[in-house]
Design a protein around this ligand. Sequence first.
Ligand code: SAM
Length: 327
Amino acid sequence: MTGFSDSFQRPINYMRISVTDRCNLRCIYCMPAGGVDMVCHRDILSYEEIYTIVEAAAELGINKVRITGGEPLLRLGLPKLIEMLASIDAIDDISLTTNGILLASHAAELKSAGLQRVNVSLDTLKQDRFKVITRGAELNDVLEGIEVAKSVGLNPVKINTVVMSGINDDELLDFAVKTISDEWHVRFIELMPVAGGSTGNLLFVPMSESRQRLAVLGKLEPCLPGVGNGPAKYFRLPQAKGTIGFITPVSEHFCIHCNRLRLTADGKLRLCLLGEDEIDLREPVRSGISLVGLKRLLKEAVARKPLRHHLAEGRVPKGRPFSQVGG
Ligand code: SAM
């Protein structure tokens, strides 16, 4: 158990690191068609600055990091960062969340650098629909990325699917069947009304409804506790080697188990994805703050972590879009 905890005694051992606010997709629920204002290059943390922050966080109790974005595979030289983070003794789990478009060409190098696992965001198995949801990308690039990631040993590859009414909810069964036919590990995620997205909560499907629709495929057997270590609840269909996870940020928030911090690409520490409070770490790091000073700053920040978000009560965060805070 970590010695790092917030003011509600939640152990904090996980940091999500956004390495860029840029994305090569414009998913309808995440970004406006024209994109969002970009952070300028000099305001983005360098790999050395990220390393400094993670080194301090690791001394406090962070042992797990996930690289995200924007689209993290757009950041040049990412394997270098993975190598640097893997060299920190206390960091024993390094994973990545990607849209998969560039995964096929990067997977082997990332694996060699020390990346252990990858989550791929994929909301449809239909090419024409994929183009609509992502505003123009090619589904085959992602499918190839998934296969290459598996083949180089980035296992388990988890597929993150945001369920949207009238957009892809008729594919719930198709995704679920993939846990049997292709050993996919699929996680269905409730749509959150977030800043930047064009969907609000109009397309929201409660997870209870998604689960019900899967019933025709057989009984969902709960996986043993310990399968996955995040907010998803995992199940298995009869005969399936892969798993189905349900993530319910809106209908049944899991804030009481929140163990995470988020580092934005421009060096702000976010205490909650759906809160607006941010603590600047970039300027202190650029001004040469000591390791002790940085640890103190991190501890003070963690003490400000809110108990929960309030999406269910309709309180939607304003402020920065998901692509900038590392969804
Ligand atoms: N580009 C990477 C990717 O696509 O996985 C990482 C960043 S993306 C913002 C991270 C995750 O946030 C994706 O799985 C995406 O589906 C999810 N996401 C974005 N907007 C969301 C929303 N409004 N509701 C639920 N999930 C959302």
